[in-house]
Design a protein around this ligand. Structure first.
Ligand SMILES: CC(C)(COP(=O)(O)OP(=O)(O)OC[C@H]1O[C@@H](n2cnc3c(N)ncnc32)[C@H](O)[C@@H]1OP(=O)(O)O)[C@@H](O)C(=O)NCCC(=O)NCCS
Length: 181
């Protein structure tokens, strides 16, 4: 697949728009137990649902838009996960940042590398004023990544996420344009 359509590049990665050819990878990602343990998205049941996910990224209305990009290794073009923004509320200039890598790519410093470029893209290209991160309290890696970036903990959204018959707490973090000025 051509990588010349990259939205963003970092030292090791290209971030590009999703393509239908990514459906097997998207399906594998959203059925990876380590990924879905903390991810608020729903586990995909089949390739058709992966196709629907990709189609939705391309056709959704601009209000509360999601920008889910494929993250690929520059060297090999291998798809390693998704990253981007969701719930982009353009009237309030805020969006929720997020990323998910296949478990074999976690804890290698990739999230920390990406957050820098994502935050810069959010403030500079999307014109955001506030970037939100919603993280389960058990998700130590994600908490560490946002803490290292000086996101502020705003509080606990008590039992705001329902999964597998349980209501889970979610931590709400934010980074303001003023925080990094
Ligand atoms: C969350 C995620 C994107 C982070 O990316 P990553 O590449 O794994 O993160 P990094 O390797 O850059 O950094 C992880 C940090 O957490 C720390 N960490 C990892 N596991 C930890 C644990 N159990 N306890 C404490 N700290 C931990 C690492 O030491 C590192 O901190 P450091 O940079 O200060 O040394 C990735 O783990 C992932 O895809 N997880 C599954 C999906 C998910 O949870 N997405 C986020 C939903 S909010």
């Amino acid at each position: 697949m051509q990588e010349n359509s990259s939205v963003l590049t970092t030292r090791n990665f290209n971030l590009r728009n999703l393509d239908m050819l990514d459906k097997e990878n998207v399906f594998a990602l959203f059925t990876d137990k380590c990924v879905m343990e903390f991810n608020e998205g729903k586990i995909l049941k089949n390739l058709k649902e992966a196709e629907n996910f990709i189609r939705y990224q391309k056709t959704q209305p601009t209000c509360f838009k999601n920008l889910n990009w494929a993250v690929t290794l520059k060297k090999t073009r291998e798809f390693i996960g998704l990253a981007g923004f969701r719930n982009w509320d353009q009237s309030s200039f805020q969006a929720e940042i997020g990323a998910a890598f296949f478990s074999r790519y976690m804890n290698k410093g990739y999230g920390s590398e990406l957050i820098d470029s994502l935050v810069a893209f959010g403030f500079n290209n999307m014109g955001l004023n506030r970037i939100i991160a919603r993280i389960r309290p058990e998700n130590k890696a994600a908490i560490q990544v946002v803490n290292n970036y000086d996101f502020q903990l705003e509080g606990v959204l008590r039992q705001s996420h329902f999964q597998n018959g349980n209501f889970n707490d979610v931590l709400l973090y934010s980074l303001l344009r003023d925080d990094i000025a």
